[in-house]
Design a protein around this ligand. Structure first.
Ligand SMILES: Cc1cc2nc3c(=O)[nH]c(=O)nc-3n(C[C@H](O)[C@H](O)[C@H](O)COP(=O)(O)OP(=O)(O)OC[C@H]3O[C@@H](n4cnc5c(N)ncnc54)[C@H](O)[C@@H]3O)c2cc1C
Length: 267
């Protein structure tokens, strides 16, 4: 289906992008367009103005601090992340980004777009919750920082409000992470997924089982402790054409155990 007519702006700075978003009620940021253009074609979104962030080099950097903290610009693509020497400081990031969809989507899709769309089947929201990422959100009145656990508010809904932009994602140092997913086909959409980190304590974020990632903190990395923590979350995922609610609950347990085992093996 063809796109409805839409105004287009390509700002030269983040400040200009924020001004455009404030000036136009119906404006929407355009990152890789891998979700937004499709939902516009389906008429599920009809922005009046697209504010294209692709010219903003200030949103594309990937930096590694002396303490191992990674700072990733919202406009870094999955391909940028996979190819970056800095990103390898937290290897799970490259591993997961290299499994998202196909090469075309990975070349265009961005970490910021993935998080801001907050599709419950996306790979990155649970991963960011597990690794304890912080999101920097900018508006014309300044910047604020939001933890991943507070960032995701509902299906397609995040802490980024009107007139705001996600500018960067900050990820603390750590290597003991795991990720497991059951997808439709080799590189298809997730039916269920789980991200885990075992850095002293154990944290698991479950995807595709609720509107936002469900975070559980098992008492230990032992399989039974992980299963018990997932059961304690009283999951009530939706049923759809790909999986019943009961099957997703079963997968959540199995994938949580796999993700934690992978993380623990790296300890
Ligand atoms: C065939 C196909 C298969 C896919 N499979 C998967 C998959 O298996 N797993 C997965 O995780 N994803 C998958 N995706 C989605 C893909 O990862 C998208 O790239 C991603 O969800 C959106 O990123 P984007 O950069 O394309 O954002 P866009 O589509 O440009 O934007 C998405 C939304 O985020 C907003 N936005 C973007 N950047 C910002 C910002 N910096 N600040 C504020 N708001 C912003 C936009 O306004 C829009 O509402 C798939 C996509 C396709 C087309």
């Amino acid at each position: 289906m063809l796109l409805r007519e839409v105004e287009y702006a390509k700002p030269a700075s983040v400040a200009e992008a924020l001004a455009l978003l404030r000036e136009h009620d119906g404006a929407r940021a355009l990152a890789g367009g891998q979700t937004l253009i499709n939902v516009m074609k389906a008429r599920a979104a009809s922005p009046d103005v697209l504010v294209d962030l692709n010219g903003l080099d200030e949103l594309k950097g990937i930096e590694l601090g002396p303490d191992g903290t990674l700072t990733i610009g919202a406009m870094a693509t999955y391909t940028d992340i996979v190819g970056s020497a800095e990103s390898r400081a937290r290897p799970i990031l490259c591993e997961v980004c290299s499994t998202i969809a196909d090469v075309q989507v990975r070349n265009r899709g961005t970490i910021g777009g993935n998080l801001c769309s907050n599709d419950p089947t996306n790979h990155l929201p649970p991963l960011m919750c597990a690794v304890g990422a912080e999101m920097t959100i900018a508006s014309e009145s300044g910047e604020r920082s939001v933890t991943a656990r507070d960032f995701f508010l509902g299906v397609y809904l995040t802490a980024v409000g009107p007139g705001e932009l996600l500018t960067k994602v900050t990820i603390p140092a750590g290597k003991h992470d795991g990720f497991a997913a059951i997808t439709l086909g080799v590189d298809g959409t997730c039916i269920a997924n789980a991200a885990a980190t075992v850095n002293g304590s154990v944290r698991v974020a479950l995807g595709c089982v609720d509107a936002v990632p469900v975070v559980v903190e098992p008492a230990s990395a032992a399989d039974e402790a992980v299963r018990e923590a997932v059961r304690g979350a009283d999951l009530d995922p939706p049923s759809d054409v790909h999986a019943s609610s009961e099957y997703r609950i079963h997968l959540a347990e199995v994938l949580a155990v796999r993700a934690v085992r992978q993380a623990a093996e790296r300890s």
